[in-house]
Design a protein. Structure first.
Length: 317
C-alpha cells in the first residue's frame, strides 16, 4: 500500500508491506520499495512465536495477562513453526498434547482461539499470504463447573498432602484465594495475630489488578503458616524454589486424589466451594466478592454453585 504525506512542505511517499514501512521522494521509488519488501516477506516465513509477540505487544486490554499465559503454552509446542504452514491437523495434535498436560477443555480452546486470532491479525498485516487456520472449528465449552465436594472429601485429599502442598491447599480452601496469588506470597504480605492472619493480595499479582486483604482463621493452617513465617525475612517467598517461587502443585494433587480415591477434583474447585459455602450461610454477594476479588456479578455467579438441594431449601423456607 502506498500513501502520500507532507513533511515540512515537501510531498513524500510511504510504502507499507505488512509491518514494514519505507519512505521515498517519489511515487515510482515507493513502488520499487514496496515490491522489494513484498519479496523479502515471501522469503522469510514468520513463526508462531513472532506473530504472538507482535499481537500481544500491540494489545492493550485487561485480558492481556491471560493471553500472555496462553501464548507461553502455545510457544512450548509451536514456537518455531512457520505460521503459514500450520494446518487443522496441527491444531488437533496440539489439543491432544495439552490434554496430556491435564489442561481443561475450556483452557485448551482459549489457547486455540488466541492462535486463530493471531493468524487473522497476521493476514491483515500482510505477514502471511493466507489464513491457514480459517477451517479450524472452535469447540464452545462453557468455562463453568457445578461439581461440589463436601468437607469430608476435601479432608481426605488434604490428609494425603504434605509440606508446601498441604499449606497451599489449606490457604486456598479457607480464604478462596486464586492459586497463583498463593504461590507468589511473600512474608511481608502476611500480618499475624494470635487468632488470625491477614493476607494482602497485591494488585500486581491479582487477576483483576486490585489489592485486597483476606483473613485466614483456620487454626491448623494458621499454626503452620505462623511457624513458616518465623523463619523468613520480609522479602522471602513462602514457597520459594531455586528458580523463584513454586508455580504449581498439580502432581501433588494428582497423587493425593489417587490415594483418597477421589475423581474429578481440581485445585480451583476450592475457590468455588469457598464461594458456595459462604453464600449458603447467607453472606451477601458484596462481602464474598470483596474476599475473592471478583469484579463483576457475572464472574461471581460462575463460582456460586446452585444445586437441587439449594432449590428445595428455598421452597421450604
Amino acid at each position: 500500500m502506498i500513501q502520500s504525506y507532507t513533511d515540512h512542505g515537501n510531498k513524500l511517499w510511504k510504502a507499507k508491506s505488512g509491518t514494514a514501512i519505507r519512505c521515498a521522494p517519489s511515487y515510482r521509488m515507493a513502488r520499487v520499495a514496496e515490491k522489494k519488501m513484498e519479496e523479502a516477506s515471501k522469503d522469510k516465513e514468520v513463526s508462531v512465536a513472532d506473530v504472538l509477540d507482535l499481537y500481544l505487544s500491540r494489545k492493550q486490554h485487561r485480558s492481556k495477562a491471560s493471553d500472555i499465559s496462553r501464548s507461553n503454552r502455545l510457544k512450548q509446542y509451536l514456537e518455531a513453526e512457520p505460521l503459514a504452514r500450520l494446518s487443522v491437523g496441527d491444531i488437533d495434535e496440539y489439543r491432544k498434547a495439552r490434554e496430556g498436560d491435564l489442561a481443561s477443555p475450556a483452557t485448551i480452546e482459549k489457547e486455540v482461539e488466541l492462535l486463530c486470532r493471531c493468524a487473522r491479525y497476521a493476514l491483515a498485516c500482510g505477514l502471511i499470504p493466507h489464513n491457514p487456520l480459517h477451517e479450524v472449528r472452535l469447540q464452545h465449552i462453557a468455562n463453568t463447573r457445578d461439581t461440589f465436594f463436601g468437607p469430608g472429601v476435601l479432608d481426605q485429599i488434604q490428609s494425603n498432602l504434605s509440606g508446601s502442598a498441604y499449606l497451599i491447599f489449606g490457604i486456598i480452601r479457607y480464604t478462596g484465594m486464586r492459586p497463583a496469588e498463593v504461590y507468589s506470597l511473600t512474608r511481608e504480605q502476611i500480618e499475624l495475630t494470635s487468632y488470625c492472619a491477614y493476607i494482602t493480595v497485591r494488585s500486581t499479582k491479582s487477576k483483576t489488578r486490585q489489592t485486597r486483604v483476606v483473613p485466614l482463621i483456620n487454626p491448623d493452617i494458621l499454626k503452620i503458616l505462623t511457624g513458616l513465617c518465623e523463619k523468613l525475612a520480609p522479602s522471602d517467598y513462602l514457597f520459594a524454589t531455586k528458580y523463584g517461587y513454586l508455580k504449581s502443585i498439580r502432581y501433588d494433587i494428582q497423587r493425593a486424589k489417587a490415594a483418597a480415591g477421589v475423581e474429578g477434583f481440581w485445585l480451583y474447585d476450592l475457590r468455588r466451594i469457598f464461594v458456595t459455602n459462604l453464600r449458603r450461610k447467607g453472606e451477601s454477594e458484596t462481602v464474598i466478592m470483596s474476599l475473592t476479588g471478583h469484579k463483576t456479578t457475572s464472574a461471581f455467579q460462575r463460582y456460586s454453585i446452585v444445586d437441587p438441594v439449594d432449590m428445595l431449601k428455598a421452597l421450604q423456607r
